[in-house]
Design a protein around this ligand. Structure first.
Ligand code: FES
Ligand code: FE2
Length: 380
């Protein structure tokens, strides 16, 4: 196929699905995903969320540890979120079985008599590793947890859980803010929308960012990184007002580094002298027809949160509206295209995803779709 060949999105998604049966909804298991904001679990009352079509109940034990359980009692399946949190234990509302919130282990079945031989401690409610970071409750969606939930209550925790993601910061004092918005789309559409360089002048037209007329040719260098790719450190687009401001404040040039890594993380770090701005956007699959962008940004610029937020909100809202409109069209399963070079990052994403599933299936190392640094050109 030629370089400029057009690829159908569905074909890629299909390939990713076939590569491993676990990906039937096109989700990537065995990764951390943000479930809810930390503030939501502070009130001694469990909250519910859904990740990768798994219903979860999340909360915080009396000693301050976050937990994430499958929101389903292993006895009769009633959501545990209807029960109550009692210190370190969640009690089901139906027959009062009690489970350690952090391990899922059953500690009491009130109906048992002294004659009963049932080993209570061998019963587990589904649960997932859980960590609080950067104002989010992150849940490690382990395939072991899912398999246990599908096969019965004998849950065994996964052997190795990697570190939860952390937003990069470069000084002790900084401001931080969080925004989120839901997209009525499959996570793949959300992710390729996030990394799409060509929609900016059309979707994000505004006086403070840029105008459609400012469209011009760009060449950006990319390099492979583990599980992802990096837009190599560069001087950002001169037509973007915030970057001009940053350069003005420090009198030094601004360097921007943008990374994408599986399953869903885009980070951007802008630095100029002592000043820095760091952001992370994740697109998290809720259901196969719903995903959510969680955006966290931290900076030490003299930029009040109250000024930054409305702009960032407007930006996200523009993306959200576009995705809502796109979902209208996607209902009828149209054939889609990915073109070079503007959609090359989307191609890398689909290839990385398919190759990751293949490497998990075979045990062989992941084959990276990039051989080395490459320059992409597009107009935006
Ligand atoms: S359904 Fe939960 S204790 Fe029976
Ligand atoms: Fe956008």
């Amino acid at each position: 196929m030629s370089e400029a060949v057009r690829t159908m999105l569905q074909a890629n998604a299909e390939a990713a699905r076939e590569a491993a049966p676990e990906a039937d909804a096109g989700f990537l298991w065995d990764f951390w995903y943000p479930a809810v904001r930390s503030a939501e679990i502070r009130r001694q009352k469990p909250v519910t969320a859904m990740l990768l079509e798994v219903p979860l109940v999340l909360g915080q034990t009396s000693d301050g540890k976050a937990f994430a359980m499958r929101d389903s009692c292993p006895h009769r399946g009633i959501p545990l979120s209807y029960g109550r949190l009692d210190g370190e234990v969640v009690e089901c509302c139906y027959h009062g079985w009690r489970f350690e919130a952090c391990s899922g282990r059953c500690v009491e079945i009130p109906s048992l008599t002294s004659q009963d031989k049932l080993k209570v401690e061998r019963i587990f409610a589904g649960h997932y590793p859980c960590e609080e970071r950067d104002g989010y409750v992150w849940v490690y969606m382990s395939s072991a947890g899912r398999i246990a939930a599908d096969n019965g209550p004998g849950f065994r925790p996964p052997e190795t859980v990697p570190e939860a993601p952390t937003l990069a910061v470069f000084s002790d004092k900084y401001k931080i803010t969080h925004l989120s918005c839901e997209l009525p789309s499959h996570v793949d559409q959300g992710i390729i929308g996030l990394m799409d360089p060509a929609h900016g002048p059309f979707v994000h037209q505004s006086w403070f960012w840029r105008k459609r007329a400012s469209i011009h040719e760009k060449a950006k260098q990319f390099e492979p990184i583990p599980n992802g790719f990096r837009m190599s450190p560069h001087q950002p687009s001169a037509n973007s007002a915030p970057y001009r401001l940053l350069a003005k404040l420090t009198g030094e040039s601004v360097t921007t580094t943008i990374d994408f890594v599986l399953p869903n993380v885009r980070t951007e770090i802008d630095r100029s002298g002592k000043l820095w701005f760091s952001s992370r956007a994740t697109v998290t699959p809720v259901r196969r027809d719903l995903c959510r962008i969680d955006f966290a940004a931290a900076w030490n610029l003299p930029l009040p949160v109250a000024i930054f937020r409305p702009f960032a909100k407007k930006f996200l809202r523009q993306d959200q509206l576009t995705m809502i409109q796109q979902a209208e069209g996607l209902k009828y399963n149209p054939h889609l295209m990915l073109i070079d070079d503007a959609d090359r990052q989307a191609k890398w994403y689909f290839a990385l995803k398919a190759n990751l599933l293949e490497s998990r299936r075979t045990g062989a190392p992941l084959v990276h779709p990039m051989n080395g640094p490459v320059t992409l050109r597009w107009r935006s």
